[in-house]
Ligand binder design. Sequence first.
Ligand SMILES: [Zn+2]
Length: 399
Amino acid sequence: MPSLRQSYTVTVPEDPPIVTFPFFSRELRRKSQSMTGSVLVSTFVGLLINQAKNSKSAQGLIGLRNLGNTCFMNSILQCLSNTRDLRDYCLQNSHRRDLNNSRSNTALMEEFAKLIQTLWTSSGSEAVSPSEFKTQIQKYAPRFVGYNQQDAQEFLRFLLDGLHNEVNRVTVRPKAIMEDLDHLTDDEKGKRMWKKYLEREDSRIVDLFVGQLKSSLTCNECGYCSTVFDPFWDLSLPIAKKGYGEVSLMDCIRLFTKEDVLDGDEKPTCYRCKARRKCTKKFTIQRFPKILVLHLKRFSEARIRMSKLSTFVNFPLKDLDLREFASENSIHAVYNLCAVSNHSGTTMGGHYTAYCRSPASGEWYTFNDSRVTPMSSSQVRTSDAYVLFYELSSPSSRM
Ligand SMILES: [Zn+2]
């Protein structure tokens, strides 16, 4: 995977601040642990947010200090902070219940939750330092040691993976058993594969971010179709090319899922022909995640140099309807945008910011390291958009 190390301008770190995290009172914490059920939990969040309101907090509208080229991290952290379900998981301290598995390492999730809690409950408007969090993420993924600019999407993957591992409800993974599932229908096979995945990887992070992709391989000779189901944490979309300026997000998803002929060296072995055959491959989405992360592949390694596509990709803020990409027609798959991680500049020097729709007010804001400023929803779409965060709309609220 191409690394974006050393390809960015160096920014001077701001002074290390003194930060105090708001710890919950012992009583509240004890209460929250003994409470179950969404009513009590939402009361608890309501309480936190009211506390924040009373103290005139900016409720999630607090910047993150740049520790020296850490805008990639700040951008992703703000996108996640404005993803309602993940935010609530942290504000409700639900992660503590999941951490309570005598696990050796829980510090990444703890620091992440602390940071989200600070952003949402802090009474001041001073930017917060993510340095404690950074210490933990670089323990988990040593590639983030130091102050090189990094790729925001790669960082997101490492972060979600790290958080998931610490709150995985599965503590002892069962042995992988090979099963012959060819007698099942595609739908049954997809369900079985999903169940097998959850037997090993099952957390709130998986509940929110993981979907399932179906790839169908059809033999051009005998017509035999084999299917494979794979979990996905995000979709990396190629940018569709057209003669003129802009393309749509749908064009990019269509390009990603479009039928592809595997021929020559790529020819797979057909199960029925028992020989390598020219095959047609196609992706459909078997299971849509609650939070869909779409990564626009702007960076590519052309020969030895990295290059960046600055094509304007037009994406909807509301009602992104993905039903045409579903394996089954009846699936509900309409999404609303909640955050965008933007990359401006070139591969030689660039900067990350985030545009997020506040789950508290529904208004859009620009998060540029320590600065947070209101923006119009008409400004959200730019050619800097790099990672898009969409939330599945609830079927009942659609009309
Ligand atoms: Zn065949």
